[in-house]
Structures are given as C-alpha cells and as structure tokens.
Write a protein that binds this ligand. Structure first.
Ligand code: 3PG
Length: 307
C-alpha cells in the first residue's frame, strides 16, 4: 500500500489530521504521522518508504530527497514554499505543490489581532487609537492581501496596495487604491502590511530605503517571512524614530536587538502563528490530501510549483 507521510514539526490541529487521514485512507493510502520532530534524522528515517509527504514550514532539501527513494510528490499545506528545494525536487523527479489561499483568512485575521493589540497599547488601560480612517498599505495583493483588504473595509480603513503582478484596474475594482511603487505605498500609508514571498529578489528588501518613508507614528506589520526584512537597518530606524512600530508574526533573527531598540513598539510571536487555526489547518491539510490523491491517481498537476 502506498504510504503518505504527514511531517509537521509544528503540528496541525487534531481535526485537520483526522480529516487528512480520512481522505487518504478512503483513497487506499496508508498514513504515517511524524509530528513535533526535533532532529533531521527523524525526518530522514520517516521519508524512506513514502510516496507522498504533506508538510508545513518543514525544510525539504536535497538530503531529504536523497533519502526518499519512493517519493513522487510533496505538498506544502500552505502558501510559502521557500522551505522546499524546488531544483532538487525536479532533479529527483518529485512534484512539489502548495495550497494557495487555504490559510489566507487566518493570516489576515492575525494582522488585525496584532494591530489592535498595538494601537490599544497592549490593553494596558491607557487611551489608544483606532484603525478606522487610517491608511492601510498592502504589499502585495495576493490571497492574503485581499483578505486583509476585506477585513479592513469592514473596519472603515482607507486601503492602498502595490502589486507588480496584479493589474491596477483589478485592485481598484475592489475599492482599493492601486499605487505605482513600493515607495509610494510606504510614503502614503499609516500602516503597511507585508504579504510578499521570500525570494532572492525580496530577501532583505524591506529596509531603510522604504521604511524611512513611513509617516509619523506608522506601523509596519510582517506576517510574511522574516527574511524579507533587512533587520540591522530596521533596528537602526526603530532606534532613531521613537514613533515607529514593528509587529512581526515570527521571531526575527535579532529578536533581542529589536526588543532593546524598540521596547513595546515591537512585538513578535514566538512561533509563526498566522496559519495556526483549526480552520486554516483543515483547509490547507485537506486540500493537500486531495491534491495528493488527484496527482497519484489521475496525474492532476494543478498547483505544481516546479517544472
Ligand atoms: C504559509 O506560508 O502558508 C504560512 O506562512 C503558514 O506557514 P505554517 O504552515 O508553517 O504555519
């Protein structure tokens, strides 16, 4: 019987695991679960005889592909796939997919959880500010950006977006102002929320040049990847500008320096929490299971990432 491994260092919620198992067992697969593993050796041993793997932010590199002799497909249950070596996957004849959009609402809701916590002064009893009528900038306008915009409309925010891959008319049609550059977005908006992937082009791209353009009392929110931030430049700016605030869903590499530079103007989650909801786990996990069945049984390559 073909085996499918669920390898999640950060486990899915229990109902998601049950749903994934049900889809796969009904389709005739055997399911193996490896959760909360702490060493790569555990992962390497677990992949040895499986045809498919479902992962989250788990690192799947050449060593894993070398160890997985039967492997046909890896599905990243989520959006960002910077944790999978696509070139090595192709070299090993393995298909890699993600499940775009399935956890976007969860990430978008976390943006507002962190923003409200921040503008209400961490609920410390003092008078804060509101989000209504503030200018919100989205970089960029993919699944998560769109969900952030949807919630922001309900709050009554004035929404702007920059996305080089989405035509301005598509953005404008949804009641969002399309701006012509990242610089325009940063110089216009009171709050900028980052929704770009970590690629060679974007890594370290959010630094002094852009962040220094933010108006007074601005907030930068990062629910994307820590690698897109130029941490030394942002730390220096937070020291220089006592009005600036930074909220991050994932602990920056230089967490202690951020704390020392900005104190309570800085907040980060200890682990990436954007997609940590039962609903997001279920949406992404079940989609991953269905994509595996579709690929192995019918050769369906929708959502394939590597050529
Ligand atoms: C994603 O890229 O889908 C999100 O960052 C969620 O990642 P996670 O599954 O590791 O929480």
């Amino acid at each position: 019987m073909s085996k499918v491994l669920i390898a999640t260092e950060k486990p899915f919620a229990a109902p998601a695991v049950a749903g994934i198992k049900q889809i796969l067992t009904e389709a005739g697969f055997e399911v193996v679960l490896l959760e909360k593993y702490t060493t790569k050796a555990e992962l390497l041993a677990a992949v040895a005889d499986v045809e498919a793997i479902i992962i989250r932010s788990d690192i799947i590199d050449a060593e894993v592909f070398d160890a997985a002799k039967q492997l046909k497909i890896v599905v990243r249950a989520g959006a960002g796939y910077d944790n999978v070596d696509l070139e090595s996957a192709t070299a090993h004849g393995v298909c890699v997919m993600n499940t775009p959009g399935q956890n976007a609402n969860a990430v978008a809701e976390l943006v507002f959880a962190m923003l409200l916590f921040c503008v209400r002064n961490r609920f410390n009893g003092t008078s804060g500010t509101e989000l209504k009528d503030k200018k919100l900038g989205l970089l960029a306008y993919g699944n998560t950006g769109r969900n952030v915009a949807r919630i922001a409309k309900g709050i009554g925010m004035d929404i702007y977006a920059y996305d080089p891959f989405t035509p301005a008319e598509v953005i404008e049609k949804e009641g969002v102002h399309a701006v012509a550059s990242q610089k325009e977005l940063f110089s216009t908006c009171d709050i900028v929320s980052l929704h770009i992937p970590a690629t060679p082009e974007t890594k370290g791209s959010i630094g002094r040049e852009l962040v220094s353009l933010l108006p007074k009392k601005a907030i930068l929110v990062n629910t994307a990847r820590k690698e897109i931030i130029n941490e030394p430049e942002l730390i220096a700016l937070l020291k220089e500008r006592e009005d600036l605030r930074y909220l991050a869903d994932i602990r920056p590499a230089a967490h202690e320096e951020f704390e020392a530079a900005a104190g309570e103007r800085y907040f980060s989650t200890p682990k990436k929490m954007g997609a940590q909801t039962a609903e997001a786990n279920t949406n992404a996990g079940l989609a991953a299971a269905r994509q595996i069945v579709g690929f192995i049984k019918e050769g369906n390559e929708r959502f394939r990432l590597n050529k």
